[in-house]
Design a protein around this ligand. Structure first.
Ligand code: C2E
Ligand code: CA
Ligand code: CA
Ligand code: CA
Length: 279
């Protein structure tokens, strides 16, 4: 019986170690990519729904892999979060965003508010405030120009420390955005208590507009609630003119999506800033 047990153990072990090996390979690749500085940011405009004016933008991470080409954040962010490398990578992303804003400022371009995505792990670390404040100081960026996108899971951690950290960002003048709103578990009382600034409605809800009547009902309710809480509403994933027109009728404040602009390399942003109206 003992040797049977050993056999079974030896049968299962290679599978386990293979999974572990893949994980370690991913982790090593990511660590190396951070060392080699293979990450860049793309920027996607947000525009005023009524006027089409380019009013702000979102910074989105890209990994320029020497062999695989452009790797999606949907692939490497989860690995970064799992391994804890998101702390280093997240800091890098914040500093890259500030460096880019400083460059545009030096070129005399308008200082449009720019959001960066933050993982709950970065928030839980407790020093995000210092990381951001240092980056803002190093690149002489006005805190009002940087915004933080949090997912609802960031707000789920209902600890006093998180609430205080969020409040400390706002004391610096940094706006807080709720990303992918509607997909998570945030309660209305949490939204009110945390006094967040912007709701970004997940693209799944935008996709329902014009397809099912419930889509408009949902947006209508969100816009009323958000405005009652003095929050701005952004619709993500706007891909068609029909969606844009419905969002205009519903009083949604800002829109973001392929219909207006894909996320673009930094070099393509000044042209859009000069054009100013994107529809
Ligand atoms: P997200 O924060 O919800 O970002 C929006 C995603 O939707 C982006 O995907 C964007 O390219 C895509 N998108 C924009 N407009 C449209 C549209 O009209 N239709 C559709 N179908 N998609 C649209 P991307 O760039 O691949 O990023 C995926 C996710 O990776 C992001 O989702 C975010 O959660 C995460 N991510 C990206 N950059 C960072 C980062 O710097 N830090 C962290 N923690 N996460 C990041
Ligand atoms: Ca986002
Ligand atoms: Ca989103
Ligand atoms: Ca508020």
């Amino acid at each position: 019986a003992k040797s049977d047990g050993k056999k079974r153990f030896r049968f299962y072990q290679p599978q386990l170690s293979e999974r572990l090996q893949i994980k370690l390979e991913n982790e090593n690749a990511l660590r190396l990519a951070i060392e080699r500085d293979e990450f860049i940011l793309h920027f996607q405009p947000r525009v005023n729904t009524a006027t089409g004016e380019f009013c702000s933008m979102e910074a989105l991470a890209r990994w320029q892999h020497p062999v695989r080409g452009m790797v999606s954040p949907l692939e490497f962010i989860p690995v970064a979060e799992e391994t804890g490398l998101i702390l280093k990578l997240g800091e890098l992303i914040i500093r890259k965003a500030c460096a880019q804003l400083a460059q545009w400022k030096a070129e005399g371009l308008p200082a449009l508010p720019t959001s960066v995505n933050v993982s709950s792990r970065q928030l839980n670390q407790g020093n995000l405030n210092t990381i951001i404040a240092t980056a803002l100081r190093d690149y002489a960026i006005d805190p009002a120009q940087i915004e933080i996108e949090l997912t609802e899971s960031c707000m789920m951690a209902d600890t006093l420390e998180i609430a205080e950290e969020l409040a400390s960002f706002q004391e610096l003048g940094i706006k807080l955005l709720v990303d992918d709103f509607g997909t998570g578990y945030s309660s209305l009382s949490q939204l009110q208590r945390l006094d967040l600034d912007v709701l970004k409605v997940d693209k799944a809800f935008t996709a329902e507009l014009g397809v099912r009547a419930e889509g408009e009902v949902f947006f209508n309710a969100i816009v009323s609630m958000a405005h009652a809480l003095h929050m701005t509403v952004v619709a993500e994933g706007v891909e068609t003119v029909q969606q844009l027109q419905l969002l205009q009728a519903l009083g949604c404040d800002e829109v973001q999506g392929y219909y207006i602009s894909h996320p673009l390399p930094a070099a393509e942003i000044p042209g859009l800033m000069r054009r100013r109206y994107l529809f």
